[in-house]
Design a protein around this ligand. Structure first.
Ligand code: G3I
Length: 357
């Protein structure tokens, strides 16, 4: 008599819906929905998206953003590229508008980013060492201080790990203030400016590239041991849908070991892999995207409640995505939850499935 079959694991059950959808033809669940239940109402943690002032005048964007999301991240207008002029002047009109929009619509405001290798303002390049350090501190104190009581958290340091995961990036900040020094200083300045904000270190490809993920977590540990007041871990999750099942779950488990809040900070899942030629059908790629997105949502949902800081998708509609701008735009990519018309993509269903786990 064969043993009673053991009950299928939760993971197996969860992986099933998408397969079930496919094989039982429940295409309805994946068909575009014009008016799905609000994403944020189905989960016990903030669900975020990014925004820029140009979108605030678009009623369809406003409807989707305020219906489905409970947190907003300025996509670029709260960064140094917008705020700091080459003459050392500061401007806050756009970030203030985004902060006001969040407040007026009952959305949490999450801010990105104070220090980023990719935005080394010309203003700093002309300063001597002493002035550089003073202006570095001043920038962080001024910007983080301005949104004290408005921003629930900051990406204090963004993308410090080398692209291939072999060590850390050198950048204007590291050359002036030290490889770890610039990061420790940034966290200390941000803590003084806004003691209540949750202070994150944020990076990408941490799931996609285990070596980079490991270097990132070693860096977090080293900075914490050095006394940096890191309050959270941000994994951007610009997902590579080609990665094997389980890789995302493994990184989330390793990141959770610090006991810190975790922010999935910039989820999108491009259908266009790095490969030159991809002969798979769109349906095949969508199925792969759904599987990876469900796994990420599931891994985040499995975190202890205190560690589920927020789950942010990097844009509302496909056409709002940075991946659909300029030379990157192939007119076809579908990296987000809603299509150009504001109807749900299969990724929306995949996220719902993962959150339900
Ligand atoms: O809207 C203005 C337009 O009016 C102007 O003519 C044009 C040329 O100056 O610039 C437009 O603003 C651009 C903005 O994106 C909107 O398209 C900015 O120059 C450009 O710098 C900005 O890029 C942002 C980028 O970060 C750099 O800040 C992207 O929107 C944003 O999606 C991207 O987000 C990053 C995360 O911060 C970090 N992780 C990767 C992620 C994607 O690159």
């Amino acid at each position: 008599m064969p043993d009673r079959p053991t009950a299928p694991s939760r993971r197996a059950i969860l992986a099933a819906p998408l397969a079930l959808v496919a094989c039982r033809g429940e295409a309805a669940a994946l068909a575009p929905r014009a008016d799905p239940a609000a994403l944020k109402s189905g989960v016990p943690f903030p669900v975020g998206t990014c925004a820029m002032t140009g979108q605030l005048a678009d009623p369809r964007w406003v409807h989707l953003a305020t219906t489905h999301f409970s947190q907003l991240t300025p996509e670029w207008e709260m960064k140094m590229e917008y705020i700091l002029g080459n003459d050392g002047s500061y401007r806050f009109d756009a970030p203030d508008r985004l902060a006001g929009f969040a407040r007026d619509h009952g959305l949490r405001l999450f801010a990105t980013t104070l220090v980023w290798y990719a935005q080394d303002s010309a203003w700093f390049k002309g300063l001597d060492r002493a002035r550089f350090a003073r202006e570095y501190d001043r920038y962080i104190a001024t910007v983080a201080g301005r949104y004290r009581g408005q921003a629930v958290g900051w990406d204090v340091v963004n993308e410090a790990v080398a692209e291939d995961g072999d060590g850390l990036r050198t950048c204007l900040w590291s050359e002036a203030l030290g490889q770890d020094g610039y990061m420790i200083r940034a966290f200390e300045q941000a803590k003084m400016a806004d003691p209540e904000a949750v202070l994150f270190i944020n990076d990408y490809n941490l799931e996609n590239n285990p070596r980079k993920g490991a270097t990132f977590l070693r860096t977090v540990e080293r900075l914490l041991r050095a006394g940096a007041p890191i309050g959270g871990i941000g994994t951007q999750s610009h997902l590579d849908i080609e990665i094997p099942a389980g890789r995302t779950t493994a990184f989330m488990r390793d990141a959770a070991a610090f006991g810190l809040p975790i922010h999935v900070s910039e989820l999108d899942a491009s259908l266009n892999g790095e490969r030159r030629l991809d002969v798979r059908s769109r349906t095949q790629k969508l199925a792969q995207q759904q599987a990876r997105v469900t796994e990420l949502a599931q891994a985040f949902s499995d975190l202890p409640a205190a560690q589920r800081f927020a789950f942010t998708v990097w844009g509302v509609r496909d056409t709002d995505s940075w991946l659909r701008r300029g030379a990157r735009d192939d007119g076809q990519d579908s990296p987000l939850l809603f299509d150009a018309a504001g109807q749900t993509n299969p990724m929306f269903t995949a996220l719902e499935a993962g959150f339900r786990s």
